[in-house]
Ligand binder design. Structure first.
Ligand SMILES: [Zn+2]
Length: 353
C-alpha cells in the first residue's frame, strides 16, 4: 500500500465536543491547542490524525534551513544567504502543501524533540551536524502528543515554549540555530494514569473530556463502521470525502473571516464575570475563552461574538482551571498581609520620627 488511509474524522460516532474543540483550535491558533482527556479507545488518536483532512494547505519552506519570509521580518539573521538572495530578487522561498499529522513517540528524548547530533555523520566524519527533531517536522502541521501526562516535564515545556513563541532555538557550543515552529498542538491523556502538572496543563488551551459512549446503538454503530473501514479503507474513506471537503472549505473560510470577528463589550464583560465566578486563576483562561468564542463566531460565518459562542466555549476553555490550593494560598496570604500591616501600624505607628 502506497499510503496509509486514516479513519475519517467525520466517521467518528458522537464525540461532538471533541470535534468542535479541534475545529475551533484549527480556525484560531490563539486558543493554544487542545487537550483530550479520557480512557483508551475513545477515538482521541483517530480524531487527532483525521483533523489534517479538514485543514487548508499551508506555505512550506523550500530550504533545508526552514527559512521563511516571516522569519526575515523578525531578523535577517534567521535567513540563510541563499534565501536572503532569493527574497532580495523577489523570488518565492515557500510553496503550498497540505498539512500532516506528526506524532511524538512516548519515549522521545530532548534530542528527538528539538534535534541533536546526526549519529551517522558523527561516526563517519567525526563532526557535528544537526539532525532535526520532531519540532522541525511539526512546523505548519498538527503535532499530536499521546499520553502527554507521561512525558518528561522538560520535553513538554520545550514543546509548549515552541508552540507559544512560534520558533525554537537549538544550541550546541558555539553553534546556534533558530527554526520556526507554528503547529497545532493536540495532547491526549488517560487521567487514570496520572494528571498533567498544573503549570503545564494551564498552557494548553481547550480541554475536552472524551468519555466512552453509553448508548448501545452508538456503540454498535462504532463497531459497524470499524468493520467496514477494516474491510475496505479506501471505499470507506471515499464515502466521507465529499462531506470532508465541504467542511474543509468552511474551515478555510472561517480562518479568513477570523481577523474581522470582534467581541461586543457586554459579551466580554459577561465572560469576565463568568471567569471570576468560576475562580479560574490563570489569565490564560480569558485569552482561551474569548479566542475560542471568536473562532466559533467565525465558524458560524459571523463577525460578532454572541452569547451562544460563550455558552459553547466556556466548558471547553474553563474546565480544570480552578485550583482549590491556589484559592486558599491567595486568601491565606491576604490575611497574613493584613496581619503584617496591623502589626506594622501598632508597632511603628507609636514611634516618633
Ligand atoms: Zn534558507
Amino acid at each position: 500500500m502506497a499510503e496509509v488511509i486514516d479513519y475519517p474524522i467525520l466517521a467518528l460516532v458522537g464525540q461532538e465536543e471533541m470535534k468542535t474543540a479541534l475545529i475551533l483550535a484549527a480556525i484560531n491558533p490563539r486558543v493554544r491547542g487542545v487537550l483530550l482527556m479520557g480512557p483508551r479507545g475513545t477515538g482521541k488518536t483517530t480524531a487527532a490524525r483525521g483533523l489534517v483532512d479538514l485543514l487548508p494547505p499551508v506555505p512550506r519552506s523550500i530550504c533545508p534551513h526552514g527559512c521563511e519570509p516571516r522569519l526575515a521580518t523578525i531578523s535577517m539573521e534567521y535567513i540563510c544567504p541563499d534565501c536572503a538572495a532569493k527574497l532580495e530578487a523577489g523570488e518565492d522561498i515557500t510553496y503550498l502543501a497540505s498539512m500532516q499529522s506528526v506524532e511524538l513517540p512516548l519515549n522521545a528524548t530532548m534530542d528527538d524533540v528539538i534535534g541533536g547530533p546526526n549519529p551517522r555523520i558523527a561516526l563517519e566524519q567525526s563532526r557535528w551536524q544537526l539532525q532535526q527533531g520532531v519540532l522541525y517536522y511539526a512546523h505548519r502541521n498538527v503535532l499530536y502528543v499521546d499520553e502527554i501526562n507521561l512525558l518528561d516535564e522538560e520535553i513538554v515545556n520545550a514543546i509548549l515554549d515552541a508552540a507559544s513563541r512560534g520558533y525554537y532555538v537549538v544550541r550546541r557550543g558555539r553553534l546556534i540555530g533558530t527554526f520556526p515552529s507554528e503547529f497545532l498542538l493536540i495532547g491526549s491523556m488517560n487521567p487514570e494514569e496520572g494528571m498533567l502538572r498544573p503549570q503545564l496543563m494551564d498552557r494548553l488551551g481547550l480541554r475536552v473530556v472524551v468519555p466512552p459512549l453509553t448508548d448501545p446503538e452508538d456503540r454498535l454503530e462504532i463497531y459497524e463502521r470499524n468493520r467496514r473501514f477494516t474491510d475496505d479503507p479506501v471505499a470507506f474513506a471515499a464515502g466521507y470525502a465529499e462531506q470532508t471537503m465541504a467542511l474543509a472549505e468552511e474551515i478555510a473560510q472561517s480562518k479568513e473571516l477570523l481577523p474581522q470577528v470582534t467581541i461586543p463589550a457586554t459579551i466580554a464583560e459577561a465572560a469576565m464575570k463568568l471567569i471570576n465566578t468560576l475562580k479560574a486563576q490563570s489569565h490564560r483562561a480569558e485569552i482561551v475563552l474569548l479566542e475560542a468564542a471568536r473562532a466559533r463566531a467565525a465558524a458560524d460565518g459571523r463577525v460578532d461574538v454572541r452569547k451562544e459562542d460563550i455558552v459553547v466555549t466556556a466548558p471547553l476553555s474553563l474546565r480544570q482551571r480552578r485550583s482549590d490550593f491556589m484559592e486558599r494560598f491567595v486568601t491565606d496570604s491576604r490575611e497574613e498581609d493584613s496581619g503584617i500591616a496591623r502589626v506594622v501600624e501598632e508597632t511603628l505607628g507609636q514611634e516618633k520620627g
